[in-house]
Design a protein around this ligand. Structure first.
Ligand SMILES: [Zn+2]
Length: 151
């Protein structure tokens, strides 16, 4: 079964290969959330009520060395645990959230836009990073397959 570690590997792979110019200024964690049908991914700065205790338990050293003590939490739908969902769909979802981080939404980076989905900023960012094709492929797969997975 895909676990949080599996998601973390995808996140760091994307960061190292496609977002390597983006400074990671705080602790960033990733996890499976609820079985959400419509919201496939989200990114939030943790607050006191965010359930990440078990996720950050082994990351205290990592947290201590960060200048910025905020924690960014990326969450993806638990439906992505199913092996029928191709990895490129999960990658595309995480890449989308990384674009938000890059643009300064739910991250300590400078905010570059007024709104997270303003205009075409996400697709432009993905294109710049060589990830737009994968995003389109994921979109197509979701259109054709998502409903039969969640119902
Ligand atoms: Zn978004």
């Amino acid at each position: 079964m895909r676990d949080n570690k599996y998601l973390e590997n995808i996140l760091w792979d994307l960061w190292d290969n496609n977002f390597c110019d983006v400074p990671r200024k705080n602790l960033v964690v990733i996890k499976f959330g609820k079985f959400s049908k419509r919201q496939l991914g989200s990114i939030k700065l943790a607050n006191g009520r965010t359930k990440i205790k078990s996720l950050i338990r082994k990351k205290e050293d990592e947290l201590n060395v960060q200048d910025d003590k905020s924690i960014t939490v990326v969450t993806v739908t638990r439906f992505f645990q199913k092996d029928v969902v191709p990895e490129f769909v999960i990658r595309a979802t995480i890449a989308h959230e990384l674009c938000h981080y890059t643009h300064g939404f739910q991250s300590p980076l400078e905010k570059k836009f007024d709104k997270p989905h303003q205009g075409n900023i996400i697709n432009k960012e993905l294109a710049k990073r060589g990830l737009l094709e994968e995003e389109k492929k994921a979109d197509k797969w979701l259109k054709e397959n998502w409903l039969k997975i969640v119902y």
